[in-house]
Design a binder for this molecule. Structure first.
Ligand SMILES: Nc1nc2c(c(=O)[nH]1)N[C@H]1C(S)=C(S)[C@@H](COP(=O)(O)OP(=O)(O)OC[C@H]3O[C@@H](n4cnc5c(=O)[nH]c(N)nc54)[C@H](O)[C@@H]3O)O[C@H]1N2
Ligand SMILES: Nc1nc2c(c(=O)[nH]1)N[C@H]1C(S)=C(S)[C@@H](COP(=O)(O)OP(=O)(O)OC[C@H]3O[C@@H](n4cnc5c(=O)[nH]c(N)nc54)[C@H](O)[C@@H]3O)O[C@H]1N2
Ligand code: SF4
Ligand SMILES: [Mo]
Length: 894
């Protein structure tokens, strides 16, 4: 054996979070970056490196449930299939709908799509990718003729000009961001286009803090400028594109000059000009874009406005030169391959692709394929609300939280006759509406493939035993198909069987298009079980040579031939098109929504790891100092945002000039399980891009007021529970934060409380230690049983007066409190506890106060800080924040 090859302890698999698709080596107790995986080459971010800590039984759904009662699988399968059969018989196949997820594996997704469209015969199969990638999908089809990302990750490194539009990659695609950062060199420039200053902007030579929604103007202006300065590639346009003249004409109307662009986008003319000049001067330019572009009523247009400029300069599919859509979910791309979106069939075949329906029907051996596309997510839930959908099967997504106008979605779910939910967790805002709950296998238990942002197909492999009654999604779907009488078409023994069929179908689709279709993994259609298990990461399309070697393709359209009928790419005329939701005197603030570094979506998994909840502990509202001042809001105050919808959003103020005046930013992560009223989608109206159906999730409107509270409190209890029965009604705000050794609750209220007489209710028993200072509005109580701390309640008039909770949480770890701990309990800290401040490094739990002290003590670089505090030395996700702290401090001290 080659002594240099390190033996691998653990299973090679992929991270189940973002679309970077990092390879990991996993055991039940450790997850490390896989050095051989092309996406990350050993790197991991903070969420990835905490993966093994999510492998805990708490909160899992372990048995099927019907109407809230545990049932056997045969009973559950019978219930699901009879609901479907009855609905089809009485109301037709269109009364059954599936709502899927970019977090399913390709094999799960394939079977769901085949069962729904192919055999039940309903067109209503959509996915949460509608909220995420559908604008990019539609733009790719318009420009290239097919939904293809032309570039690869290496291009982000090779680019001499990297434009990041509507992407906070530092937090949302951290490992790619690390690769971008490692590629910084003399002569390379980075431009960030985002209405707020993010951690990503730390990398920027130029940050265009544009007015939200004006990206179409900015990129139209770029096309005009490039033309005026003879920086377009006329021979490329002549040979490989169509639509240039109309597109330019339209662009001139929308964005005739730099002055006009600067005025419309609320930018400095010099900055706009600088961006345009850099773009013109740099052949190796990549524009990477994400939700700040996609999630808009003009989402598809924004994407095409970007692609137009790349086409006009011939910068598509060249090394270091391409437009690049950053996909969000781990398998958003795989879902698009199998046809998870309502307007597609399967294997990149469209409803209007000539002969595609017949071909697919023949391949699957069915005559039930629907004739026309189904409803897209937002419309689908409207149909549920109207009562048109009788059976809704939701898989791997939490629409009660993530779809716009959450209250309306909840109403729809409540009124739907049969809601089936497959999830690995028992209690989510969506499972609360389930008539039938099906326990799905989670990461580590399931097996299959995913496709990342650069079209790279990787294996996800199981390394944990399946809990007895938990099934992978493909098996649940296959069993229901058999129960419905379609066993012949669903003879799958495992994911490899499904993958081969998927691959074969792609080859068929490609052949039928005379090779025009790019998506083709037919070369993988003959993989044996063993070779499927050993499959190495590979980028589609995949070819097979005579020697039987399969090769992937890093870049597409490099020869200027596209997947359209005439082989030419299309430039698309783009009107200015501004956001639909506009501010009024009643709702004067723009509400921007997005992600935070350490949480994943609705927190069903990342909130299981207490250290991931320390970077941002509570829902918040980022607000500009001018607005805060005007509205009488100080740092840390609880604020209520009220929009046109019925429910408000409550969060703590974070005052920052990173925000533009008149705009606030709120996180999307807190659901009804974690906070009283902090679901961001309550402020987002259900308006969508007419082309893609993608909702305008980045642009709500609201008014803001300070929440008047008489008291603020933290309650910590040993026993974890999802609820504080009967108590939350006494609060105007609550937020749950599971800690390592206790369950902790942030509370606030305006009712006068008699803490002394009521403490025992909050503490679930009589307190032994009590301290009250009613003049100060201060109250402290602790319950200790046999020397062991059971619960603590700390009440104050202001949250700033409450101690950090790390020390108290440690007290819960002890079986017996030490005399020192007992003595300091009500102070919430021991005399020598160091206040760490707001957490910056989640891996080593290092806070900003410690970091600032170290900088003041002479540590002047990220590396120096890492040496003494360890911060930033594990996953590196906090490095942008460390740099920012350094910059701020060094500026202040000159
Ligand atoms: N930590 C973490 N990472 C994740 C996820 C997660 O939940 N947590 N989710 C994954 C998923 S599914 C996705 S889709 C990706 C999303 O990844 P990103 O799109 O990078 O993340 P977001 O925070 O949604 O939004 C990006 C930025 O768009 C900006 N923006 C808002 N309006 C506009 C506008 O009009 N124009 C421009 N140019 N920018 C605007 C916002 O200010 C925000 O900074 O993240 C993936 N990665
Ligand atoms: N306002 C606003 N709204 C947004 C966004 C925004 O930026 N702003 N972003 C949108 C985007 S881009 C996205 S992608 C969505 C994300 O929103 P969702 O998809 O709703 O969020 P998740 O929390 O990821 O939900 C995944 C669910 O699947 C479960 N699950 C995990 N693994 C499996 C599995 O293997 N099988 C099954 N059956 N279940 C599993 C999890 O426990 C969880 O309940 O939110 C969208 N909504
Ligand atoms: S960047 Fe982080 S969350 Fe995304 S795949 Fe890699 S390790 Fe997972
Ligand atoms: Mo997403």
């Amino acid at each position: 054996m080659d002594s240099k090859v390190k033996p691998v302890a653990g299973t090679q698999t992929t991270c189940p979070y973002c679309g970077v698709g990092c390879g990991v080596t996993a055991t039940p107790s450790e997850v490390t970056g896989d050095e051989r995986h092309p996406a990350n080459q050993g790197r991991l971010c903070v969420k990835g490196s905490a993966l093994h800590e999510t492998l805990v039984p708490s909160g899992r759904l372990l048995k099927p449930r019907i109407a809230g009662e545990d049932r056997s699988w045969p009973e559950a399968l019978a219930a699901v299939s009879s609901a479907i059969r009855d609905a089809v018989a009485q109301y037709g196949p269109g009364s059954v709908a599936f709502y899927l997820s970019g977090q399913l594996l390709t094999e799960d997704y394939f079977v769901a799509n085949k069962l729904a469209k192919g055999f039940i015969g309903t067109p209503h199969v959509d996915t949460n990718s509608r909220l995420c990638m559908s604008a990019a999908v539609a733009a790719h089809k318009r420009a290239f003729g097919e939904d293809c990302v032309p570039g690869c990750y290496e291009d982000l490194e090779l680019a001499d000009l990297l434009v990041l539009a509507g992407s906070n990659a530092a937090w949302a695609h951290p490992v790619l961001y690390q690769r971008m950062q490692a590629s910084q060199r003399a002569g390379r420039r980075v431009v960030v286009i985002d209405p707020r200053r993010t951690a990503t902007a730390e990398l920027a030579d130029l940050h265009l803090k544009l007015k939200p929604g004006t990206d179409t103007v900015l990129f139209n202006g770029l096309l005009v400028w490039l033309t005026q300065h003879e920086a377009t590639d006329q021979s490329y346009i002549a040979e490989h594109c169509s639509g240039f003249a109309e597109t330019l004409f339209c662009a001139q109307e929308v964005a005739p000059s730099v002055t006009s662009v600067a005025a419309q986008c609320d930018l400095d003319e010099d900055d706009v000009e600088r961006f345009y000049r850099w773009y013109a001067d740099t052949p190796r330019t990549v524009t990477a874009f994400s939700q700040g572009i996609n999630q808009a009523v003009t989402g598809t247009d924004k994407c095409n406005a970007i692609i137009n400029c790349h086409l006009a300069t011939g910068r598509v599919g060249q090394p270091g030169a391409s437009p690049f859509s950053l996909t969000g979910q781990p398998n958003a791309m795989g879902g698009r391959e199998v046809g998870g979106l309502a307007n597609t069939l399967a294997a990149h075949m469209e409803y209007d692709t000539a002969g595609a329906r017949e071909r697919l029907a023949g391949f699957w051996g069915t005559d039930r394929l629907p004739e026309a596309p189904g409803l897209k997510a937002v419309d689908l839930f409207e149909a549920v609300r109207r009562g048109d959908i009788k059976v809704l099967w939701i898989m791997g997504t939490n629409p009660a939280v993530s779809l716009p106008d959450s209250a309306r979605v909840c109403e729809a779910l409540a009124g739907c006759p049969t809601v089936i939910v497959s999830d690995c967790m028992a209690n989510t805002d969506t499972t609360a509406f389930a008539d039938i709950l099906l326990p799905a296998a989670g990461w580590g238990e399931k097996d299959g493939t995913v496709t990342n942002s650069e079209r790279c197909i990787s294996r996800q492999r199981s390394f944990l035993p399946l809990p007895t009654e938990v099934w992978p999604d493909w098996r649940i779907l296959t069993s229901v198909a058999c129960e419905l009488g379609y066993a012949k078409a669903f003879q799958y023994q495992g994911p490899a069987d499904i993958f081969r069929e998927h691959a074969a179908l792609s080859a068929l689709a490609c052949r039928a298009s005379n090779g025009r279709q790019v998506f083709d993994i037919g070369a993988l259609g003959q993989l044996t079980e063993a070779r499927y298990n050993q499959l190495e990461p590979i980028q589609w399309p995949v070819t097979l040579d005579e020697a039987g070697v399969v090769t992937g393709m890093p870049r597409l359209f490099s020869d200027g031939r596209f997947a359209t009928d005439d082989g030419r790419a299309r430039l698309v005329p783009i009107p200015a098109g501004l956001p639909r939701q506009i501010v009024t005197s009643r709702y004067p603030l723009v509400v921007n929504t997005g992600r935070i570094r350490d949480q994943w979506h609705t927190m069903t998994r990342t909130a299981l790891v207490s250290r991931l909840l320390t970077h941002r502990q509570e829902p918040f509202v980022e607000i500009h100092p001018d607005d805060a001042h005007r509205l009488g809001v100080c740092e840390g105050a609880l604020c209520q945002l009220t929009g046109p919808g019925p429910e408000p959003f409550i969060g703590r103020a974070r005052i920052t000039s990173d925000q533009r005046p008149g705009e606030v930013f709120i996180p999307i992560h807190w659901s009804g399980r974690f906070a009283s009223q902090s679901v961001a989608t309550n402020l987002i109206a259900a308006v969508t891009d007419p082309i893609s159906g993608q909702p305008e999730s980045k642009h709500g409107v609201a008014s803001l007021r300070r929440l008047a509270c008489r008291w603020q409190a933290r309650l910590m209890r040993r026993s974890a529970s999802d609820e504080l029965p009967g108590l939350t009604g006494l609060c105007d705000y609550w937020c749950r934060q599971p800690l390592a050794h206790s369950d902790s609750w942030w509370l606030a209220g305006s009712q006068t409380m008699d803490w002394e007489s009521e403490a025992s209710i909050w503490l679930a028993g009589e307190p032994q230690l009590v301290m009250a200072d009613s003049a100060q509005g201060r109250f402290r109580a602790a319950r200790v049983v046999d020397g062991r701390l059971e619960a603590v309640l700390l009440v104050d008039s202001d949250v700033g007066l409450l101690p950090d909770l790390a020390w108290l949480d440690e007290c819960f770890a002890a079986d017996r409190l030490s005399p020192d701990q007992r003595q300091c309990l009500l102070a919430g800290r021991s005399v020598d506890t160091e206040e760490i401040g707001a957490l910056v490094c989640s891996c080593f739990q290092v806070g900003d106060r410690q970091i600032i002290n170290a900088i003041r003590g002479g540590q002047k670089t990220v590396e120096a800080l890492g040496k003494i505090l360890k911060c930033g030395t594990n996953c590196g996700s906090c490095v942008p924040e460390l740099r920012e702290l350094l910059q701020d401090e060094l500026l202040e001290t000159g």
